[in-house]
Design a binder for this molecule. Structure first.
Ligand code: TRP
Length: 332
C-alpha cells in the first residue's frame, strides 16, 4: 500500500517467446488490474544473468518484452513499465535482505534445486540468492498482491517470511504481500500432447503457438495438432485435443462451446483446425502489428523505459530510505 493505493507488482523475464497460453491466460487480462491497483511490471534483466546470456540477445529481448507487454494492451500511462537494472535500489535492497535471509531457506527453494541441476557447471551465488532479489523487487513498492505462476509462489512466500522477520525487528517497514496465482483464463494445452500444459520452453516447436508466430506458421501448427481417430467436433473429456482446440477457438472468437459444436457439425477435423488457426492469427494480428511498430522505434521504447524507471525510482527511493534509516546507516 502506497498513499492509500493498493499495489500490484509482477516481474517478467526478458524473453520474447511468450505463447498464446500466456496471452489468453494472463497478458490479455492484465489491463483490468490497473483499475483497482497501482501496477508495476518490471522486466527483470538482473535476474536473467543468473544463467549465462549473450549480451546482444539479452538487450534485444529486453526491448521485445517491454514492446510485447504494451502491444498486448498494457498502457504505459496507466501502469509503470520499466527495466530492473535502471532502478539501482533493487540491487541495493537485495544485499540488505540477503542479511535477513537464512542459508537454509534459500537451499530449500525448488527453483534453485532445479536450476542448479540443469546448469551444474555454473551454480553461482546469484542463482542461490535469486529469491532475495525478487523479494527486493516486491518489497520496494510496498506491494499488496503479486500475480505469478504457480512455480513462483514459493518465492513470494519466502518474501513474506523475510518481510515479517524484518518488520519484527524494525516495525512498520514493509507491506507483507500476497501471491495471486491466476486461475482465471483458460488453461491452454500443448498441441502435441493435449493433456500437458502449453509451455514456452517446450522443445517441440509444433506443440506451442507463440504470440509472434506468423500466419502460415500458426496455421501449419494447428493443422498438425494432435486430435483423435473420431471425426466429430464435440467437447468431451475423452477428446482432449479437440477440447483444447474448441477452448482456443472460443477464447479468440468469444463464441460459446455449443455454438462452436453447431458451427462445425458434419465438418471434418481439417476444416475445423484451419478455422482455429485463422481465428488465432486474425486475433493476434493487431498485437503483432503494434509490436512491430514499437520495435521499429527504439528511441521511443527507450523514452518509455526512462519514464517508467523514473516513476519506479520515486517509490523505490522512499522505501529504501526508510530501510537505511531503520538499520542505522548514516544519512548525509
Ligand atoms: N522469478 C520470476 C519468474 O521467473 C520473475 C520475477 C522477478 C518476479 N521478480 C519478480 C515475479 C517479482 C513477481 C514478482 O517468473
Amino acid at each position: 500500500m502506497f498513499n492509500d493505493q493498493k499495489v500490484s507488482f509482477s516481474g517478467v523475464q526478458p524473453s520474447g517467446n511468450l505463447t498464446i497460453g500466456n496471452y489468453l491466460g494472463a497478458l490479455r487480462n492484465f489491463s483490468h488490474y490497473s483499475e483497482a491497483y497501482k501496477c508495476f511490471y518490471c522486466v527483470v534483466d538482473e535476474h536473467a544473468i543468473t544463467v549465462r546470456q549473450n549480451p546482444a540477445d539479452l538487450r534485444r529481448r529486453t526491448y521485445e518484452t517491454l514492446a510485447l507487454y504494451i502491444a498486448c494492451g498494457l498502457d504505459p500511462n496507466k501502469n509503470t513499465l520499466y527495466v530492473q537494472s535502471h532502478v539501482h535500489e533493487h540491487a541495493e535492497l537485495a544485499w540488505i535482505l540477503d542479511c535477513f535471509t537464512m542459508f537454509g531457506e534459500l537451499s530449500r527453494m525448488t527453483q534453485f534445486k532445479d536450476k542448479s541441476a540443469k546448469h551444474a557447471d555454473n551454480v553461482n551465488a546469484g542463482l542461490f540468492t535469486y529469491p532475495t532479489l525478487m523479494a527486493a523487487d516486491i518489497l520496494l513498492y510496498q506491494t499488496d498482491v503479486v500475480p505469478v505462476g504457480i512455480d513462483q509462489k514459493q518465492h513470494v512466500e519466502l518474501t513474506r517470511d523475510i518481510a515479517n522477520r524484518f518488520n519484527q525487528l524494525y516495525p512498520d517497514t514493509f507491506t507483507v504481500p500476497e501471491p495471486v496465482v491466476s486461475s482465471t483464463g483458460m488453461k491452454i494445452m500443448s498441441l502435441a500432447e493435449p493433456t500437458k500444459k502449453m509451455s514456452k520452453s517446450d522443445e517441440n516447436v509444433n506443440a506451442v503457438v507463440y504470440i509472434l508466430d506468423d500466419k502460415d506458421t500458426i496455421i501449419r501448427k494447428f493443422k498438425r495438432a494432435v486430435t483423435d481417430s473420431d471425426t466429430e467436433v464435440r467437447y468431451a473429456d475423452e477428446k482432449p485435443g479437440i477440447q483444447n482446440l474448441i477452448n482456443i477457438y472460443s477464447c479468440f472468437t468469444g463464441k460459446k462451446i455449443p455454438e462452436i459444436e453447431q458451427e462445425f457439425r458434419g465438418v471434418g477435423y481439417g476444416e475445423f483446425k484451419l478455422a482455429v488457426g485463422e481465428a488465432c492469427s486474425q486475433a493476434l494480428e493487431g498485437v503483432q502489428n503494434a509490436f512491430k511498430e514499437l520495435m521499429s522505434d527504439k528511441k521511443q521504447l527507450e523514452d518509455l523505459m526512462k519514464k517508467g524507471s523514473e516513476e519506479a525510482s520515486w517509490y523505490a527511493r522512499r522505501t529504501l530510505g526508510k530501510v537505511r534509516k531503520k538499520l542505522g546507516f548514516i544519512q548525509l
